[in-house]
Design a protein around this ligand. Sequence first.
Ligand code: KIV
Length: 270
Amino acid sequence: MYAATELEKPITVQTLRKMKADGEKFITVSLYDAPMAAMAQRTGVEALLVGDSLGMTVLGYDSTIPVTMEQMIYHVEAVARGNKKSLIMGDMPFMTYATPEQALVNATRIMQAGAHMVKIEGGAWLAETVKMLTDRGIPVCGHLGLTPQSVHKLGGYRVQGRDEDTAGQLLDDAAQLDEAGADLLVLECVPAALAKRITESVSMPTIGIGAGRDTDAQVLVINDILGLTEQPPKFSKNFLKEAGDIPSALRKYAEDVKSGVFPDDSHTFF
Ligand code: KIV
């Protein structure tokens, strides 16, 4: 049985690809500060996402849209100071990657703040941007399904890819990001069967949140793990409740993902 302990070696993009190839799930937590980053790494969390969800979880906005580059840089720097071995992904805020040229300038700033990878939301339209960044040595994580920066276009925080047309579109988007050289792919709020098909069809590892248990990894937001969210989403779980303290909650999350206990059907869309 897997027991969550400190990471032995720094995690790289290659580590995560090998884990996909070996069928070993990896753990990701979206978090925003140095002590939590240090604790996650001590618990063996392979990847830390400094998500722009911080706009809602920390800064009190009602969406991720107001988040700025300065706010992301401040939090990426804090997480980088607390971390030694996990791979750090930094979210690029709304409209900071609207063109490949803008993306290059802003991704450079996120990397210089201490991230090892940037994350951007969107499908095929980002293929040129992914190529531009990865050709220049900046690893990229894509993000498909429910893309919160597009909440007003999507008409709310809803499950995506439920009908044949939108599922086909997501499969095509994933293929184009993979082809363009993306290194990881977050799948948020998509039916489990579609997430499984996408995971099997791309070479890059996939990280699910509300995407069933068949993705290569799982991510949860630290506030949800610790029961700080007033109306927690269906796909999340308050691990603190049963674990009793923060290190034990992180350990329980990691162990439940590695052993396939989390997510179960109650956290999954079909
Ligand atoms: O911003 C964030 O924390 C995210 C995760 C929910 C995937 O994008």
